[in-house]
Design a protein around this ligand. Structure first.
Ligand SMILES: [Zn+2]
Length: 162
């Protein structure tokens, strides 16, 4: 649990992890993997499908060089940024449930993440980027199709603008 302890800066133990579906050891591993923030299983699944659709992209890079944050998948020329959000960390309406313990920590933390997500989306929109946000629980093929549709539309727009 070293990663979680470092992340929180407080004493987080297994008991502090959310109850319910998050309590299994597989879920704990997923939470920890999500905390690593890159190359999660859902991200890899989406990337594999995008690649199979013939799309080429960059991963885990900054869409806006003057901002510190990265997007999970980036189409530089089409200016499309893709985020695969973890259901717990980003407060998925279908899967997030308030942990029973340490609520004073988790509540504000998730709220901050959501605020930051909105700021990131706004900054990208201001810079003329399209944003695709997906939940990690969504089937990778659905996400990949959505991304492909947006990228294709952006390319058509670019052609039309010439
Ligand atoms: Zn979810």
């Amino acid at each position: 649990m070293v990663a979680l302890v470092e992340m929180a800066g407080t004493e987080i133990t297994l008991q502090h992890l959310p109850a319910g579906p998050w309590a299994s050891s597989a879920a704990v591993r997923n939470v920890m993997r999500a905390n690593r923030k890159r190359d999660t299983a859902p991200e890899l699944a989406v990337r594999r499908r995008l690649h199979a659709l013939g799309l080429r992209y960059r991963v885990n890079c900054r869409p806006l060089p003057d901002k510190r944050w990265t997007a999970d998948v980036v189409f530089t020329r089409a200016r499309v940024a893709v985020f695969i959000d973890g259901c717990f960390w980003h407060g998925c309406p279908a899967h997030f449930s308030q942990p029973r313990t340490n609520t004073s920590y988790w509540g504000p933390k998730i709220a901050r993440n959501q605020t930051r997500d909105a700021q990131v989306d706004a900054a990208l929109a201001d810079a003329g980027w399209a944003v695709v946000r997906a939940w990690e629980h969504e089937p990778a093929s659905d996400v990949a199709e959505r991304v492909a549709t947006v990228v294709s539309a952006r390319r058509q727009e670019a052609l039309g603008a010439r």
